[in-house]
Ligand binder design. Structure first.
Ligand SMILES: Nc1ncnc2c1ncn2[C@@H]1O[C@H](COP(=O)(O)OP(=O)(O)OP(=O)(O)O)[C@@H](O)[C@H]1O
Ligand SMILES: Cc1ncc(COP(=O)(O)O)c(N)n1
Length: 267
């Protein structure tokens, strides 16, 4: 059930072409039906063909954005995307510990679809040591899960092994996403009391810019609306599958997924 009065927050980078990052997150929050807010960590000059430049914002303006949001509107759930430097991660973690939002979903963004590194190599340690342990849910794709665990992932069995290793780092739940493997698109959700496999057909689509951002924001919205983690992931997997099915050509490269196909033809 939509509820546009329930606040959700994304802490992430801006994608000027609107397909990923903060822009994808806010579109997802709106389409699923929560009130979206943002703390921007970095500005990327990006389009459907690639990422051309990145400028990280200062610790101070990240702190001030978080203060402005949390001291006025406490989000019901927070999603974290691109957090590229060790300092940015420390600032965000300090403030999350101070303001204590109920639910933190971490999408450990590392490399864009177009191959640009969105996480400095020296930031990996702080991500693992400080951010992942305070997550309610972390949503790595296969290359990210490989980076975090140091193991090679080629099968769904490997995804489960990696999931176990990631849980040892301290988050409550982990969703390892299998979009990068062959065959069906299989995602594995694990936690102390939960083990669920979500499978959808692999869609032959080229326009998949922002799939990871969209899925984690959809989960964040569904949790904010009151669904438990299994139901939130089930609904969000359905959401991303349909958003990929209805993705469209815009620009000259890898286009975005479609958040609004249900509204087409409605005045
Ligand atoms: N071709 C596809 N058909 C159906 N589902 C897909 C396809 N590609 C990815 N998915 C699903 O999309 C979701 C996002 O997974 P993916 O592995 O693409 O994340 P990601 O790599 O983090 O995304 P991004 O590249 O945007 O960061 C998962 O639920 C995955 O199973
Ligand atoms: C600001 C920002 N955040 C995240 C992504 C990852 O999305 P994708 O892997 O689809 O390019 C991105 N490209 N830009």
């Amino acid at each position: 059930m939509r509820n546009y009065k329930i606040p959700t927050l994304t802490i992430a980078g801006s994608d000027s072409s609107g397909g990923a990052g903060v822009q994808a997150d806010l579109k997802t929050f709106s389409a699923i039906g929560t009130y979206g807010m943002s703390v921007i960590t970095a500005i990327t000059a990006q389009n459907t063909m690639g990422v051309f430049d990145v400028e990280e914002l200062s610790r101070n303006i990240i702190k001030e954005q978080m203060k402005a949001v949390f001291e006025d509107i406490m989000p019901k759930a927070v999603k974290i995307g691109m957090v590229s430097s060790p300092e940015i991660i420390l600032e965000i973690v300090d403030n999350l510990k101070k303001y204590k939002p109920e639910t933190i979903v971490v999408d450990p963004v590392m490399i864009s679809k177009s191959g640009y590194s969105l996480l400095r190599p020296e930031a990996k340690e702080n991500l693992i040591k400080y951010l992942i342990p305070i997550a309610y849910l972390i949503t790595p794709n296969v290359p990210e899960a490989e980076e975090i665990t140091g193991m090679k992932i080629e099968t769904v069995e490997d995804m489960k092994k990696a999931g176990k290793k990631i849980l040892d780092l301290g988050p409550k739940y982990v969703l390892v996403k299998g979009g990068h493997l062959d065959g069906d698109a299989v995602d594995v959700l694990m936690g102390e009391d939960i083990f669920e496999v979500f499978t959808s057909e692999r869609l032959d689509r080229k326009n998949t810019h922002g799939t990871g951002c969209t899925l984690s924001s959809a989960i964040t919205s569904h949790i904010a609306l009151g669904y438990d983690v299994v139901e939130a992931v089930r609904r969000s997997k359905e959401y991303i599958t349909e958003a990929i099915r209805h993705s469209f050509d815009i620009g000259h490269g890898v286009g975005p997924v479609n958040h609004f196909y249900k509204f087409e033809g409605i005045e």
